[in-house]
Design a protein around this ligand. Sequence first.
Ligand code: TEU
Length: 539
Amino acid sequence: MENQAGSAYKWWQNGVIYQVYPRSFKDSNDDGVGDLNGIRQKLDYFTWLGVDAIWLSPIYPSPMADFGYDISDYTGVEPVFGTMSDFDALLKATHEKGLKLILDLVPNHTSDEHPWFKEARSSRDNPKRDWYIWRDPAPDGGPPNNWISHFGGSAWTLDETTGQYYLHLFDVKQPDVNWRNPQVREAIYNVMRFWFDRGVDGFRIDVLWLLIKDEQFRDNPPNPDWNETKQAYQRLLEKYSADQPETHQIVKEMRQIANSYPDRVLIGEIYLPYPELMTYYGPNLDEAHLPFNFRLVELSNWEASTIQEIVNQYEAALPEGAWPNWVLGNHDRPRLASRVGPEQARVAQMLLLTLRGTPTCYYGDEIGMHDVEVPPELTVDPRGLFDHRYSRDPVRSPMQWDASPNTGFTGPNVKPWLPVAEDYSTVNVASEREDSSSMLSLFRRIIELRRNLPALKIGSYQVVESSSATVFSYIRQHAQQKVLVVLNISSQPQEISFKGLGENGAEILCSTSLDNQQKLNNLQEVRLRANEGLLILLP
Ligand code: TEU
């Protein structure tokens, strides 16, 4: 397949990315926590599904204050997940199956138990002192400025020994490193080289838009739109603690490292509005290959008009030659099935897998897993410990493999690190595999179509104005091949007309219901059932 420039499409453009949260995927040694050997046991699942790349949330040694996003050794493997040789075995087996492996790079902060921070905090004149961000107390002895941690509370903690505050945009156990220090840059770049040398295919880069902070550490202004339903850190606009212009130089340097290896990818975790997000592709497409597009994950009103607006805005904002991507779920946000309901979740999967660009899906969403309530006294997520409404534990429950006790995630007599969903005896991979109309079968079917139809994989996107306000439709086209995607974003049946798209000869490729009941007489009257999406091959 060739792109406009005439060069071959890359795997990260053609493929589907699947996020694994290692603690929750598959436990091979019955300690209640998922691990690398567990993931290796499940490689056939990925190939059966038809996904192309696996992104693993952090697997490095960690005190687990933020479940792996607090790293104490960037070039090791956390014992709870396995050993370096388990990792090498996983990487080798992944490649043998024709899959790619993407790791999580967490460059903004380390654990406070990382040797770098231990040194830095030991005295004001330690050579590593400047590897982190230290400020004197304010005149009243309080924190140096008003910045708030994303997990709540001040972003500054006083280090009693040396009498200065250190910055942590997340947990108190996650001190931010000083990206203005060239030694820090080189140290993290060497981490990237270490894993690239081992054969890793790319990185998802954590909080890429937060790396550089205002040189003067000015107070952030208040957010006029804040109210009690929002998180504590959202009280302020992150004017001085996020998206600073100097960040782009770093992303460029990271890209140069990636470019020095064949076929690697950099995916940036960036929560910014579209205009700002686009700048992370780089002025010459020389920064992140894929700045994550989170608008569908953040969407609170799941309505056809809003979705259409988002997609059109994104398509219009993309710089020339930039490759799009879409995300429907991750380990920080409520699950798809809980946000939009189980029926619309099927329509949403059809949307994700047929929009133009690389889809990233979150483990378990393909079987329709929902959030699993964890009461305050059992909460372990640091964000949930500060404000239970924002706990991420519910979205990280164990993957539901089968109907056996503990759903095949871990041994029957083991206590999993987070509770298993109550409906696991019906919502699980084993039973959905056998059910030709299940969500899992739908997911797999659409991926199969994507693989076989260039229109869906790499074709252009064109919105089709429909006669119903609750239907979102668009055409994907490559050469002569055209696929019409029609999505009923409502629980009411709809009848719509697509005049001008050809009278006869259109063929239904797939309905979200997978019951083969749908018939298409002509495009003048397309009948959609409640919560139904259709893929139609146009003549
Ligand atoms: O997430 C960043 C994060 O916490 C986002 O939720 C962000 O604060 C917010 O949505 C912006 O609007 C990453 C990881 O994905 C998360 O699991 C970690 O806890 C966090 O960074 C710290 O490493």
